[in-house]
Design a protein around this ligand. Structure first.
Ligand code: CO8
Length: 260
């Protein structure tokens, strides 16, 4: 694979897994526009790379990301920030078709917390903390936090986090269903890789349509969502992977999925 040189992120592949590491350590991976553009470029490259089946998004042990870059935003006005339309870049993360696993250690605050919620599965180190502290700097979450957090943890817990700005621990996040699993801090990336490897064994086409159908819950009514799921279910019966997967089960052998 062609390796791009980035200034704010590092990328690598391991087996069928594409790994993106946020890398602005001097500012706890604050998400400025250049970083977000590089992140989207890397995610889109992995999404289009047939050798990659699952993507892991991670930061350092100290910080996944401490939020959008406050230095970059502090002098904006309503019109200047609107015209820059930074969320157009953020929105592209939503359109990645392969599963994205967030491997989170340390701070996941503000836009950093929102970025984890744009991923599909969240593995947290025991040191992880999640928060929407925007209220402390006179604004509110802007990259989906009010919507996604509320859907995941419910209205009252989301209100508390968004109105007080108080971060929650990995344990609290686990109890609320925000994270899938907590592991010791040396192991958060390894655990994310283990989950990624498991998913990478499945039919890529089934994985893609499953992700698409699950995400439909966020932007459709239950009726629309059910219809959408059904359509994707039917569609998979024209894949070679469905034939192979069911045949392998009946023949009591592992399936060999090709993504066709
Ligand atoms: N933006 C810019 N710089 C940051 C940010 C940030 N979000 N977070 C930390 N830094 C910088 C600090 O300024 C400091 O720089 P320096 O060494 O030059 O002084 C360096 O990172 C290390 O940080 P601290 O010294 O503060 O480290 P501490 O361990 O004392 O504290 C905290 C860590 C608690 C994480 C603290 O840094 C903090 O509170 N950070 C800000 C958290 C925050 O408010 N995040 C929300 C930002 S707003 C947002 O995310 C809105 C999203 C909407 C999307 C917008 C798209 C355009």
């Amino acid at each position: 694979m062609m390796t791009m040189t980035y200034r704010n992120i590092l990328t690598e592949t391991e087996d069928n897994i594409g790994i993106v590491k946020l890398n602005r350590p001097q500012v706890l991976n604050a998400l400025n526009h250049e970083l977000m553009s590089e992140l989207v470029q890397a995610l889109e490259d992995f999404d289009g790379n047939d050798n990659v089946r699952v993507i892991i998004l991670t930061g350092s042990e100290r910080a996944f990301a401490a939020g959008a870059d406050i230095t970059e935003m502090s002098d904006e006005t309503t019109i200047s920030i609107m015209l820059k339309d930074r969320f157009a870049t953020w929105d592209k993360v939503r359109h990645i078709t392969k599963p994205i696993i967030a491997a989170v250690s340390g701070y996941a605050l503000g836009g950093g917390c929102e970025l984890t919620m744009m991923c599909d599965i969240i593995i947290a180190s025991e040191t992880a903390q999640f928060g929407q502290p925007e209220i402390n700097i006179g604004v509110i979450p802007g990259a989906g936090g009010t919507q996604r957090l509320t859907r995941v943890i419910g209205k009252h817990k989301a209100m508390e986090m968004i109105l007080t700005g108080r971060p929650i621990t990995a344990q609290e996040a686990y109890a609320m269903g925000l994270v899938n699993k907590i592991v010791p801090k040396e192991l958060f990336l390894e655990e994310a890789k283990a989950v990624a490897k498991d998913i990478a064994k499945k039919s890529p086409v089934a994985v893609r349509l499953a992700k698409e159908a699950v995400l439909k819950t966020f932007d459709a009514s239950i009726n629309e969502g059910l219809q959408f799921e059904r359509k994707n279910f039917y569609m998979l019966f024209s894949s070679e992977d469905q034939k192979e997967g069911m045949k392998a089960f009946l023949e009591k052998r592992p399936a060999n999925f090709t993504g066709r």
